[in-house]
Write a protein of this length. Structure first.
Length: 239
């Protein structure tokens, strides 16, 4: 199948973005967007749709196994991991548009600066100062929260999140949820205050993040548990 690939490019943060259009042929139903980008960049004779040569497309990757979140980008309007996006499934009428996440400062091409997301974790003081222990009945929830990749896909679709804002989104809520499950009384009070300020107080409960998470985390269940622990001060149990 011959696909039309449209990639948003930017030389540097100061330059305006432009679209690189090229043709790419594949019949491999398992080929991913990540594999396509690797194939394009490895071709020393790469040409765009007009037959002009172009420099390799800059993007980030690490494990390429849906475990690190480094290759997050927007594919046909949906934030996804490039290593998990099948080309032929993602294509719409033979076309695939690829761009960087929009909620973070641009760096180059498909690379963005996700530093604000990581800085938010530090600002919210998401750590324990004393030994923590997850109770046996909460181990499933703690494990679920620990699966967060910190990829930023959830923040891309969140109507309440913007980089530098007081609402830190689910990228902060997930590690916060795990810590609340393990914290002792001293740490729990401090974590609860930060949770109310940076998560509960800004979340509009749209749950747009629920269906977009590449790891398939049960975000709603974790939010319910964290709200109960941090805001309502009473335990929550599954029925």
């Amino acid at each position: 199948m011959l696909l039309q690939i449209e990639i948003e490019r930017r030389m540097s943060p100061e330059h305006k973005p432009y679209t690189l259009t090229l043709k790419y042929e594949t019949e491999n139903k398992s080929e991913t967007v990540a594999a396509m980008l690797q194939s394009i960049n490895s071709n020393s004779r790469r040409q765009d749709a007009e037959g002009k040569s172009f420099e390799p497309v800059r993007w980030e990757c690490s494990c390429l196994q849906k475990k690190c979140g480094a290759c997050a980008m927007v594919i046909n309007g949906r934030p996804m991991l490039a290593c998990d996006a099948k080309l032929l499934e993602a294509a719409k009428r033979g076309r695939i548009a690829i761009g960087p996440l929009k909620k973070f400062p641009p760096v180059a091409d498909l690379i963005v600066d996700r530093g604000p997301m990581l800085a938010a974790l530090s600002e919210a003081k998401l750590w324990l100062t004393e030994q923590g222990l997850v109770k046996a009945e909460n181990t499933d929830l703690a494990f679920e929260a620990s699966r967060c990749l910190q990829c930023g896909c959830c923040l891309e679709v969140c109507p309440n999140f913007y980089a530098g804002g007081s609402f830190m989104g689910m990228a902060a809520a997930m590690p916060g949820s795990r810590l609340l499950l393990a914290a002792g009384e001293t740490d729990k009070a401090a974590l609860a205050a930060e949770y109310k300020k940076h998560v509960y107080g800004g979340c509009g409960k749209s749950l747009a993040c629920r269906s977009i998470c590449p790891a398939g985390i049960d975000i709603e269940a974790l939010l319910v548990n964290s709200n109960a622990a941090a805001v309502w001060k009473r335990p929550w149990r599954k029925k």
